[in-house]
Write a protein that binds this ligand. Structure first.
Ligand code: NAP
Length: 297
C-alpha cells in the first residue's frame, strides 16, 4: 500500500484564502481591520522567524499586525504590563506571545493574563479547561492541534470510533490534540517518555498524531496498515551524500541540515493509508489556524 499524502500546504492555503475573503467582506462592511499583536521576548532566531511568518501572513490576508519585540531581560512586571495594555487596546483582536520565554519569566502567569477573548493561541488555562470539559467549547482551539484535526477531516479520515494514539503530552500539542480527538469521539491513548512498548501501542492506532521531537523515531513496522499518520515533529538532521558523508554548504562551509518529522516517512508511507509530509504537512496549518482564530477574535 502507498499512503495518500495529505497536502498541508494546499489545505492551509485554502484556509488562508477563506480568511482573506472574510476579512475583505468585513472591511467592505465598514468594520475594523482585524489586528494581531505579536510579542517576541529576546532574540532567538527560530522564534523571530516564526513571528515574522505570522506577521507576513497577517499582511497577506489584510489583517494588521502590531509587533512588540522586547529585550530578553525584560522583567515579569514589565511583560505583564505590556499584556495588560494589549488586552485593553480595541485595535488588537488577538495576542500572541511567542514561546518559549526566557527561564526567568513565569510563562503560566503571562499566558493566564491574556484576555480570553484575545487568546488566539488557545493556551490560556480557561480555553484548555473548556476543551477538556464535556459540552463546553473553548473560544479558541490551540492552532497546531486544530490544524491536525482539520487535516484528518479534510482527508476524509473517520475519527469517530477510531483508536487514536497521540505521541507526546505537551501543553501546546499533545494534550490539546488528545482532547480534540476525544471530543470527536475517538478512543485515545496518550504516550510519553515513560510509556512501555511504544511500538506495540502505536500498532493499535487507526490514527497516529506524533509530537515528540525525535527524528524519524516511529518506524514503518510500528504502523497499522491503512492508518492515518499526522506528523507534527520538526527535526533538523544532517543532509548526507550518497556515500554517507555530510553535505557541506558552499556558502557557509558548514554541514547542511534537512527537516524530518518524528515518523520515518519513507517507511511509513508504504504501510499507512494517509500521511503528512515534513515539511509541508502540519507546519503550514499552524499559521493558517492562527489567522482563522485572529479573524474570529
Ligand atoms: P515537547 O514539549 O518537548 O514535548 C515532547 C513530548 O514528547 C513530551 O510529552 C515527552 O514526554 C514526549 N517524548 C519525548 N521523547 C519521547 C520518547 N523517546 N518516547 C516517547 N515520548 C517521548 O514538544 P512539543 O512542543 O509538543 O513539540 C513536539 C514536536 O512538534 C517538536 O518536534 C516540535 O518542533 C514540533 N512542533 C511543530 C509544530 C508545527 O507547527 N508543525 C508546532 C509545535 C511543535 P514527557 O512528557 O514524558 O517528557
Amino acid at each position: 500500500m502507498t499512503a495518500q499524502i495529505i497536502d498541508g500546504t494546499a489545505i492551509a492555503q485554502k484556509v488562508r484564502d477563506e480568511v482573506k475573503e472574510k476579512v475583505a467582506a468585513r472591511i467592505a462592511a465598514g468594520k475594523s481591520q482585524p489586528g494581531l499583536a505579536t510579542v517576541l521576548v529576546g532574540d532567538r532566531v527560530d522564534s523571530a522567524a516564526y513571528v515574522s511568518m505570522k506577521q507576513k501572513a497577517c499582511a497577506e490576508l489584510g489583517m494588521t499586525s502590531y509587533h512588540h519585540p522586547v529585550p530578553a531581560d525584560i522583567s515579569q512586571a514589565d511583560l505583564e504590563e505590556l499584556i495588560k495594555e494589549l488586552n485593553a487596546d480595541p485595535k488588537v483582536n488577538g495576542i500572541l506571545v511567542q514561546l518559549p520565554l526566557p527561564s526567568h519569566l513565569n510563562e503560566e502567569r503571562v499566558l493566564q493574563l491574556i484576555s480570553i477573548e484575545k487568546d488566539v493561541d488557545g493556551f490560556s488555562p480557561i480555553n484548555i479547561g473548556r476543551l477538556a470539559q464535556k459540552g463546553r467549547d473553548p473560544l479558541f482551539v490551540p492552532c497546531t492541534p486544530y490544524g491536525c484535526i482539520y487535516l484528518l477531516e479534510q482527508a476524509g479520515v473517520k475519527i469517530e470510533g477510531a483508536n487514536a494514539v497521540v505521541l507526546g503530552r505537551s501543553n501546546i500539542v499533545g494534550m490539546p490534540a488528545a482532547l480534540l480527538l476525544i471530543g470527536k469521539n475517538a478512543t485515545v491513548t496518550v504516550c510519553h517518555s515513560r510509556t512501555k512498548d511504544l511500538p506495540g501501542v502505536v500498532r493499535q492506532a487507526d490514527i497516529l498524531i506524533a509530537a515528540i521531537g525525535r527524528a524519524e523515531m516511529v518506524r514503518g513496522d510500528w504502523i497499522k496498515p491503512g492508518a492515518a499518520i499526522i506528523d507534527v515533529g520538526i527535526n533538523g538532521i544532517p543532509m548526507l551524500n550518497p556515500d554517507g558523508t555530510p553535505v557541506i554548504s558552499q556558502k557557509t562551509g558548514k554541514p547542511r541540515q534537512k527537516l524530518v518529522g518524528d515518523v520515518c516517512y519513507e517507511e511509513a508511507k508504504e504501510v499507512a493509508g494517509f500521511i503528512t509530509p515534513v515539511p509541508g504537512g502540519v507546519g503550514p496549518m499552524t499559521i493558517a489556524m492562527l489567522m482563522a482564530n485572529t479573524f474570529k477574535g
